[in-house]
Design a protein around this ligand. Sequence first.
Ligand code: THG
Length: 367
Amino acid sequence: MALIAPSRRLRRTPFSDGVEAAGVKGYTVYNRMLLPTVFESVEADYHHLKRHVQVWDVSCERQVELRGPDAARLMQMLTPRDLRGMTAGQCFYVPIVDETGGMLNDPVAVKLSEDRWWISIADSDLLLWVKGIANGWRLDVLVDEPDVSPLAIQGPKADELMARLFGEDIRSLRFFRFGIYQFEGRDLVIARSGYSKQGGYEIYLEGSDMGMPLWNRLFELGADLEVRAGCPNLIERIEGGLLSYGNDMTDDNTPHECGLGKFCNTHTAIGCIGRDALLRVAKEGPVQQIRPIAIKGDAVGPCDRLWPVFANGRKVGHVSSAAWSPDFNTNVAIGMVRMTHWDAGTALEVETPDGMRAATVQEKFWI
Ligand code: THG
């Protein structure tokens, strides 16, 4: 692929200077912002992530902020996950659906207080949907995109690095909880979360001016930990079954098809848009669902369009993400498979750009 043309529409981040100095080799576009995809090589980055600690510029996970007396009501209108038991200090992975039950986004909701929330979005224009609903319902809430940029610290040495910067207390932060920590006299929301299965934290940097000071401090303190700049890793996220909105699901899919039924409490999520549609599909059950798929043979190329999946010459689904896994010595993939063929062990054929490949539905994701 040719180089991407820099322009104002393709937003830089508070950490872009650091990312460039670290030798970023590839970018993608996410929420109209730069998201690094590779530093050394996707495989070298993968091995390093599983052994050491990386600092990821995930500023492109933009925040939709809800502020005002109707913030909690609006948040519950957006998702079929029941939020009544959620307390300030918690993060929830929440499917967001439209009036037909189609997935619009799969963000992390951050409850700062009863009347202040952040929605840490995947790659779709959720801000416009949320503003439309807030205005259409005349809700008493402000909806905007604040100057907040997540920086993820991921890998087995993330705790050590974070304890050095923010103190030993941060080690006891629980999964999908956040606390407030100080840096240079500024409050930072820091959660134990992140788009990898290697463990770690996400720092929600409020105020772009602190981007490079924070970045530089992490690299100073982590030198002996072999800290490196990194990014969400394609191989590792497929092994872990972390879904990518726009790749593995779109507004054509229900949360149930995406395996996100466990994050839906449609009966009790009163006020949720798309509730009636979801109650219907939940009763019938999905007729296709996301599955881990192992694709045999040597390394497949990048999956930049759906790869049809066949059984006995009939199309029964598609693959949406795939990569060679060095640790599992197979191609790992995420696919959508029809009910008749979604059981573990089912033999399939995947039409990749370089020919048909034998494949198997897996019992579970690899990590
Ligand atoms: N962190 C933050 N914002 C994000 C992402 C993130 N926005 C974009 C994108 N990632 C949203 N999608 C996901 C997908 C998976 C997870 C989080 C966001 C995730 N899933 C865990 C899992 O599947 O193992 C845990 C889910 C749970 O148990 O609640 O973490 O990464 N800030």
